[in-house]
Design a protein around this ligand. Structure first.
Ligand code: MF3
Ligand code: CO
Length: 236
């Protein structure tokens, strides 16, 4: 899983350098597919419950599961990029939100807070803690910065399947749920909104958007719990 994580982080690094204003999200997905094929790994999302692409690409008010297509990336847009791969029958899952060109200060803050919220959650992923310590750390941090955490979607265990137990909400009281143990591997993935936490799913059956059309950001790492604490697997 360490290898699967490293390969996925490398895919993100290479993808970032090819993103340009004016591209469509469909073109970005084609880049992702080429990067996956180049490394001879398998796209985990394509065909998953009928999902039609390699990446989920979610622009501005889109929270997650945006289907790549004709939407053109403009200066000032943000785009959540979520990719999963399979390497030697093990999964890795990672997401980040990138800015195109120059971002409004409040939107830049949304990205910074969401990335930081992920790291606050990861810091709680150590043996002896309870699962909801992760959830609570994310929520407390995000709300202290004036944003809201999405409640309709969760992080998850990951291993020889993309989604394994437990579900990992990004909100909740601390000290609840299973006791964390070394050897567990989790995909922690806060989704943070500028306005209300409420989302709805579009007619395409996938794209989740904020109900108030305000911006949303998403960061995700696959992490392993070790005796020494959390180890991020989706790093180069
Ligand atoms: N990264 C998403 C998750 O963690 C998976 C996307 S669902 C898919 O649950 F259908 F697009 F694969
Ligand atoms: Co995930």
């Amino acid at each position: 899983m360490r290898e699967a994580g490293k390969i996925l982080a490398e895919i993100f690094e290479e993808l970032k350098s090819s993103l340009k204003i004016g591209m469509t999200t469909g073109e970005v997905d084609a880049c992702v597919e080429a990067l996956i094929n180049k490394r001879h790994v398998i796209a985990a999302f394509k065909g998953y419950r009928g999902y039609p692409a390699c990446a989920c690409l979610s622009v501005n008010e889109e929270v997650i599961h945006g289907i790549p297509g004709k939407r053109i990336l403009k200066d000032g847009d943000i785009m959540g990029i979520d990719i999963g791969i399979i390497y030697k029958n093990y999964y890795s899952d990672m997401a980040m939100t990138v800015g195109m060109g120059t971002l409004e200060a409040s939107i830049q803050k949304l990205l910074d807070v969401t990335r930081q919220a992920l790291h606050r959650g990861i810091a709680e992923a150590r043996p002896g803690n309870r699962l909801s310590n992760i959830s609570n750390a994310v929520q407390v941090y995000v709300e202290s910065k004036g944003f809201s955490v999405v409640r309709d979607f969760v992080g998850h265990g990951i291993g020889s399947r993309l989604h394994e137990d437990p579900e990992i909400p990004n909100y909740g009281k601390p000290g609840q749920g299973p006791v964390l143990q070394a050897g567990m591997v989790l995909a922690i993935e806060p989704m943070v909104n500028m306005g209300t936490w409420k989302t709805k799913t579009l007619e395409d059956g996938w794209t989740a958007v904020t109900v108030d059309k305000k911006h949303s950001a998403h960061f995700e790492h696959t992490i392993a719990i070790t005796e020494l604490g959390p180890e991020i697997l989706t790093v180069e």
